[in-house]
Write a protein that binds this ligand. Structure first.
Ligand code: ADP
Length: 521
């Protein structure tokens, strides 16, 4: 619009200038005539008219010629510039006027040629770039696919290995427990307890390595089920108290009354955080005491609860310059101290990852020689539900005479034999099944008071088998206890949901197993 207006204004202005110039010329000749006639009165009117007409025609001709010579090349140039704006890249015909206008025309044509060339170059560059982007995208897609496949292979491998690694370890532990049950000399007992402790340390290490790989593969997810923080804390404290007592350490624990009865979250991971921190506190303390305190912090919303966990000890402490590094993988504050106490340097790294997955934070304060305090803050949703207490088989048939009969469904022969012998020694009558099919056949053949069920069977899943049993009126009431190395998330909740009565994790600790069995038989 602006261009159009300025174009027409400049065009008109030149034309107008020539018209005014022509008019001035005509007026000038007319005036000249009047003056001539006044000086020479002998000139006739007709002679004077002819002279005026000739002069006027000459003046008009001159004006037109000048307009042609100056204005036409300019108009051509102006049209060409307008053409450039519309995308045309053609040279204009240049009048050979031999002046600035001709030079302007040549410059314009040169500019057009350069513009066209650089545009061609840009187009070629763009095409090459697009091709390159295409190539790179394809390569990237391929690399991502390869990375996905590798990650998948890694997690499949880990999933398989977690079973392959834990099963023989559980077999060894089962057998050691079994031998420890029998008559032994004091020395033999001591040696076996050492062997058992080494096995437990190795199992803990395997679990740490597997957990870390799972976190790194992004496969670690958090379960969301109601659990009681106080109950989990108590369970963990109970499990760790004997070790603290053995070292002659005091062990206090306090859960403030405002900690909610139930929260929604992953009880297994909550337990793991407490376990790692308490384990370290006991490990790195020679005298004095260890303390666990859980209180409530300020939540971000009324339906949420913040748990402030504090684990303090009076142990060796951590040098100031190591306070950050200890949360990194495979890092220990003091090699010599850690060698004495053992450990992989993975515990705190896993703890930190678990805390971060909860959106929480972990901090530490320590004084060398005085002790350390780890503080963890975790936010959970509050739960209105009530925890499902382990189903006690209230109605069972008339109590049978004689020893209770237990069916052991377990595919690992070592664990199977260890469990059978352990229970037989306690006066239970046992039968064993290696697969789900064998378990069903054994149940058809005779009555059982309780079933110990491994969850990973060669021909299926222990959870599915239990669901199947629960659908049959003959077996709806039989207590089924899961015995499994699958230390996966929310395992207990999964088991209870499938109709299992209770859950005993592997490695099976004899007292825990016997207590659970006694609860139902
Ligand atoms: P690990 O205990 O297996 O070596 P962790 O990741 O649990 O690995 O801990 C890393 C290091 O942090 C330990 O080796 C130790 O040096 C230091 N550490 C952790 N907890 C404590 C503690 N309560 N007291 C003193 N040092 C500790």
């Amino acid at each position: 619009m602006g261009l159009g207006r300025s174009r027409s204004r400049s065009y008109h202005s030149l034309a107008t200038k020539f018209s005014v110039f022509t008019a001035a010329l005509i007026i000038w000749t007319s005036l000249l005539q009047i003056v001539l006639r006044w000086q020479d009165p002998h000139l006739s009117w007709s002679e004077q008219a002819v002279a005026t007409a000739v002069l006027t025609a000459f003046a008009v001709l001159l004006a037109r010629l000048t307009s042609r010579v100056f204005v036409r090349p300019l108009v051509l140039l102006e049209r060409a510039i307008a053409g450039v704006a519309e995308g045309r890249r053609e040279p204009i015909p240049v009048s050979r006027t031999g002046d600035e206008i001709e030079r302007l025309g040549h410059s314009f044509n040169q500019m057009i040629a350069e513009l066209a060339a650089s545009e061609r170059e840009v187009r070629e560059y763009q095409t090459r770039l697009e091709e390159k982007i295409h190539e790179r995208t394809a390569a990237l897609r391929e690399a991502i696919q390869r990375a996905h496949a590798a990650a998948q292979a890694k997690s499949d491998f880990l999933a398989n290995m977690s079973h392959e690694l834990r099963t023989p370890m559980n077999g060894i532990l089962g057998m050691i427990e079994l031998v420890l049950e029998g008559p032994l000399s004091a020395q033999q007992r001591e040696d076996l307890v050492t062997a058992r402790n080494s096995c437990l340390a190795l199992l803990a290490l395997i679990n740490d390595v597997l957990d870390m790989s799972k976190i790194e593969a992004g496969k670690m997810t958090l379960e969301k089920a109601p659990f009681s923080p106080a109950a989990v804390a108590l369970e963990t404290v109970k499990a760790m108290e004997p070790t603290a007592r053995q070292k002659g350490l005091g062990f206090e624990h306090h859960v403030s009354p405002d900690v909610p009865g139930l929260v929604l979250g992953d009880s297994l991971r909550f337990r793991q955080i407490l376990f790692n921190l308490l384990g370290n506190a006991i490990k790195f303390t020679e005298k004095g005491s260890v303390r666990l305190a859980i209180s409530c912090g300020a939540p971000s919303a009324p339906d949420r609860a913040v748990l402030e966990i504090e684990v303090s000890d009076t142990g060796v402490g951590i040098p100031r310059d190591k306070l950050e590094a200890i949360f990194e993988k495979f890092t220990q504050a003091d090699g010599s101290v850690s060698r004495r106490y053992g450990g992989s340097g993975l515990g705190l790294a896993i703890t930190k990852e678990l805390v971060q997955m909860h959106g929480g934070r972990i901090t530490v304060e320590s004084q060398v020689g005085q002790g350390s305090t780890f503080r963890v803050s975790l936010e959970f949703e509050r739960s209105d539900e009530h925890p499902h207490p382990p189903e006690t088989p209230a109605v069972r048939g008339a109590p049978r005479q004689g020893p209770a009969r237990i069916l052991i469904v377990e595919d690992d022969p070592v664990t199977r034999v260890a469990l059978c012998r352990l229970l037989a020694r306690r006066g239970y009558e046992t039968a064993a099944a290696e697969t789900g099919k064998e378990a069903l056949a054994a149940l058809e053949a005779g009555a059982f008071d309780l079933i110990l069920m491994d969850l990973q069977l060669p021909d299926g899943d222990g959870l599915e088998l239990t669901k199947q049993l629960r659908r049959d009126p003959r077996w709806t009431q039989v207590p089924v206890i899961a015995v499994t190395a699958a230390a996966g998330r929310g395992q207990r909740e999964l088991c209870l949901a499938a109709g299992l009565t209770d859950y005993v994790p592997k490695p099976v600790r004899t007292p825990e197993l016997l207590e659970t069995i006694r609860r139902y038989v």
